[in-house]
Ligand binder design. Structure first.
Ligand SMILES: Nc1nc2c(ncn2[C@@H]2O[C@H](COP(=O)(O)OP(=O)(O)OP(=O)(O)O)[C@@H](O)[C@H]2O)c(=O)[nH]1
Ligand SMILES: [Mg+2]
Length: 265
């Protein structure tokens, strides 16, 4: 197992192990980032599924010292599969910083992949959508969003109240961002490396508002954004990690942020 040298801007936040890379495979085409907090019931089968679909992908697990052993399960898979990076942070530090730390780690690699996919580790995001997200990005989009609200999208297992809250949050968020994106809060996305390099110094979200902040950065900086329909399924195992404090932080972010000035689209 190699020890990875952490970039200076995430030093102190945690420790990292990387499984050996297969030099014959060359540079991975895509990094797939899985932020995790207590996903022991999901992580093993999810990583296996992703590796069976895209054996050449680099999987980056950002775990916040889950007490259910999520990180050790991920590390045990490093023995079987190449290109799995497990970054363990000392405590639950929020989804926003998990994603930005993941971006920084990936950018610090010697030859980072050209695309980075983020997805929840609870099976709400179906790994079968990964090839389409990637193929759309390869057509020249810097941010491709797996959307719950496009023609052809499906949501399985949500109570109507949950759907309503999500629709209202998305309506406010897209008005705030100033663009017609139906699902600004979806976490299933593909980012281009160029986009991540440009915005990484401008992301300040601690928690779930990261999803809106990244869309807003893309839109205001003139990056190409595309939504594709996906099937979203309510988690079957484990609990939601959204705390009341995080939800309040998310609400105050979308209500406080001023309407942005957009570059020519
Ligand atoms: N590293 C890290 N991961 C987190 C944190 N909060 C949530 N996650 C992970 O981020 C993903 C999304 O969180 P969820 O709890 O599924 O949030 P949600 O999708 O809004 O809630 P549900 O619909 O109930 O599942 C999951 O993979 C979580 O394990 C955090 O503070 N740190
Ligand atoms: Mg979820």
């Amino acid at each position: 197992m190699n020890q990875i040298v952490l970039p200076s801007n995430v030093v102190g936040r945690g420790s990292c192990t990387l499984s050996s890379t297969n030099s014959e495979q060359g540079k991975p085409a895509v990094a797939i980032m899985l932020p995790t907090y207590c996903e022991a019931g999901n992580i093993r089968s999810l990583i296996r599924k992703i590796k069976s679909l895209k054996p050449d992908s680099l999987i980056v697990v950002i775990d916040d010292s889950s007490h259910d052993g999520t990180a050790s399960i991920a590390r045990s898979l490093q023995k079987k599969h190449n290109n799995i990076l497990v970054f363990t942070r000392p405590a639950k530090l929020g989804l926003g910083t998990a994603i930005t730390d993941g971006f920084k780690l990936i950018l610090s690699l010697e030859d980072p992949p050209d695309y980075i996919i983020t997805m929840d580790a609870d099976y709400s995001h179906n790994p079968l959508t990964i090839p389409e997200l990637l193929a759309t990005a390869e057509k020249g989009y810097d941010l491709v969003i797996g959307s719950r609200y496009k023609k052809g999208s499906r949501i399985i297992g949500w109570h109507i109240i949950r759907w309503l809250i999500s629709r209202v949050a998305n309506f406010i968020a897209s008005t705030m961002v100033g663009m017609r994106i139906r699902d600004c809060t979806s976490g299933f996305r593909c980012y281009s490396k160029n986009y991540v390099r440009e915005v990484i110094g401008h992301l300040h979200s601690q928690t779930y508002e990261i999803q809106i902040e990244t869309v807003k950065q893309a839109w205001t900086r003139g990056f190409k954004v595309k939504e594709i329909p996906m099937t979203f399924e309510n988690r079957k195992r484990g609990k939601s990690k959204l705390t009341i404090a995080e939800f309040q932080g998310f609400l105050s972010y979308i209500l406080k942020t001023k309407l942005p000035v957009k570059k020519g689209h």
